[in-house]
Design a binder for this molecule. Structure first.
Ligand code: CTP
Ligand code: MG
Length: 235
């Protein structure tokens, strides 16, 4: 497209990973022999629809990021220059969008979701006909109830879904929505920011593999999952 890219993957990796602990921020912890961030990079780099990858990283993490880029095996020409993130996820996304400048679509993804099936990217690409945004989501299967010291009342789960990333957007629409969002207000994802600007967001089928790695035990489960896969392949 004239003066911009077609589809850019924007990966936010500027968090501190406080809940996962362990010294090194979780996105740089090794799983399956390479930094967590390398897995999402690899998934996007192998997908033919993705033109460029924009990384948003923490201050002073240039070397860690370069190692993850190299471990991903993605060609260096695929990367736009990395930018430094902000104090919140929303700020980090905003800085990434401003750095990209111009594109037709952007897929915004958490570095903390390393297992990204190509089929989810396919569904997101296919879904953006009538809506300005699309998200992968999976239905809630467990009983939902209020917590506390004692179990509280059940919250009806009918029609509830768990929303994942990557989230796909018409670039101009999500950039304008981010600029219009009140700076001090928290947002856990970008689809809610697009909706607040009055746009529709489509839902495509998500994937259990896309679960976010949040706690220390999630890092260990991810490592075990990859270890098991490798054993299967060898045997
Ligand atoms: N993120 C970011 N900039 C921030 C905060 C988060 O780029 N200021 C990114 C994280 O690196 C992660 C994604 O947003 O890939 C989802 O955030 P989360 O799982 O909350 O990661 P952290 O903020 O790093 O973890 P924690 O909240 O436990 O500190
Ligand atoms: Mg966080």
């Amino acid at each position: 497209m004239a003066g911009g890219f077609d589809i850019v993957a924007l990966i936010v990796a500027a968090g501190k990973g406080e809940r996962a602990g362990g010294g090194l921020p979780k996105q740089y912890r090794p799983i399956g022999g390479k930094p967590m961030l390398a897995h999402a990079i690899q998934a996007f780099s192998r997908h033919p629809a993705i033109d460029r990858i924009q990384l948003v990283i923490g201050a002073g993490q240039e070397t860690l990021c370069a190692e993850a880029m190299a471990a991903s095996g993605a060609p260096p020409a695929l990367f736009l220059p990395s930018v430094t993130g902000g104090a919140t996820r929303r700020e980090s996304v905003m800085r990434g969008l401003e750095a990209i400048g111009k594109a037709r679509l952007v897929m915004i993804h958490d570095a903390a979701r390393p297992f990204l099936p190509a089929a989810v990217i396919d569904r997101l690409v296919a879904s953006l006909g009538g809506a300005e945004g699309a998200v992968p989501a999976i239905p809630v299967a467990d009983t939902l109830a209020r917590g506390g010291p004692e179990l509280g009342e059940v919250v009806p789960r009918d029609g509830l879904v768990r929303v994942q990333t990557p989230q796909s957007f018409v670039f101009d629409a999500i950039l304008a929505a981010h600029r219009a969002w009140p700076g001090e207000r928290e947002a856990t994802d970008d689809a809610q920011i697009l909706r607040a600007a009055g746009h529709a967001v489509a839902i495509v089928a998500g994937d259990p593999a896309l679960e976010k790695i949040t706690f220390q035990e999630d890092v260990m489960t991810a490592e075990q999952r990859l270890g098991a896969r490798m054993v299967t392949r060898v045997g």
